[in-house]
Ligand binder design. Sequence first.
Ligand SMILES: NC(=O)c1ccc[n+]([C@@H]2O[C@H](COP(=O)([O-])OP(=O)(O)OC[C@H]3O[C@@H](n4cnc5c(N)ncnc54)[C@H](OP(=O)(O)O)[C@@H]3O)[C@@H](O)[C@H]2O)c1
Length: 311
Amino acid sequence: MSTILISGGTGLVGRALTKALLDKGHDVIILTRNVAKAGTATSRLRYATWDPAAGTLDPDALLQADAIVHLAGAGVAEQRWTKKRKAEILNSRVMSGHLLSKALSENPHTVKTFITASAIGWYGPDREMNKENHSSGAFTEAAPAFTDFLGDTCRQWEESTLSIADKVRRVCLRIGIVLTPDGGALKEFLKPIRFGLGAIMGSGTQMVSWIHCDDLVRMILFALEENKLIGVYNAVAPVPVTNKELVIKLARQKRGNMFVPFPVPAFVLKIMLGEMSIEVLKSCTVSSTKVTREGFVFLYPSIDAAVKSFV
Ligand SMILES: NC(=O)c1ccc[n+]([C@@H]2O[C@H](COP(=O)([O-])OP(=O)(O)OC[C@H]3O[C@@H](n4cnc5c(N)ncnc54)[C@H](OP(=O)(O)O)[C@@H]3O)[C@@H](O)[C@H]2O)c1
């Protein structure tokens, strides 16, 4: 039994991870900016305060942790990307990463494993990236960060905890679109489907590299347990889907044939979402080969298996 400290443990992934860790007999400490709002503590789950913007962190939380899972960061798809919001998305990740790095280097601790979230936003769109690299196929972990807002954010996010790897085993998961009935992207996909509309984004031919939340949680547990895992791994299902395939399969699962496919033109998405529309329209095919070579087995390798679980 270990004690796992989870930053951003109150979020979508953090809540599912906390449950899985508690079920496995581990203790959990959640690092949150607001303990009063975070939840109810138990003998095996407690909450500790930090404030990445102010650079403060409860030192007791660090003292008790055997491993850290760093998930914190302002939601990327929650709000329109204004200049202010983009700064918040970047700073919440970089400042929290620097704070954890500093705390680990300046305080006594027995942390043996550090796992940080990153995102497949690291990679650019399929076509442009492949042109640059003169290659075809899915992005592997060796590909350089793309030079757009998300690529730069992911690069600085990952760099903010790189120094931890000098003394502690560090694993970085570049996470794809997380699908779970509990919220996030799936909730957005299902909104129009509830009204009988299968909203296909743009041409619908863009590839979506996704992962079932249960598999992401299992991959984090795998990374905590398997000491051979070091460095960056893509956290995406082995079989990506097109946006159209994803929407149609979700609609069929929820409504049988009682829905109308409804293409939302790219220019409408640009007006509705602003710069964030790039992410919805972008095709990004990412490889999961590195983590499966280490022995990770997906419960939901294909979208059919995942969609069936969202009853
Ligand atoms: N969900 C996805 O599809 C997806 C895809 C790729 C990558 N990821 C990454 O995986 C991580 C976990 O994802 P998630 O969906 O669980 O995220 P989430 O639901 O948005 O939760 C993230 C947590 O971060 C904390 N947070 C929010 N704003 C913050 C700020 N300004 N400064 C510091 N902390 C802040 C919050 O905890 P407190 O309010 O308790 O402090 C929040 O519960 C995130 O870093 C996300 O970018 C997620």
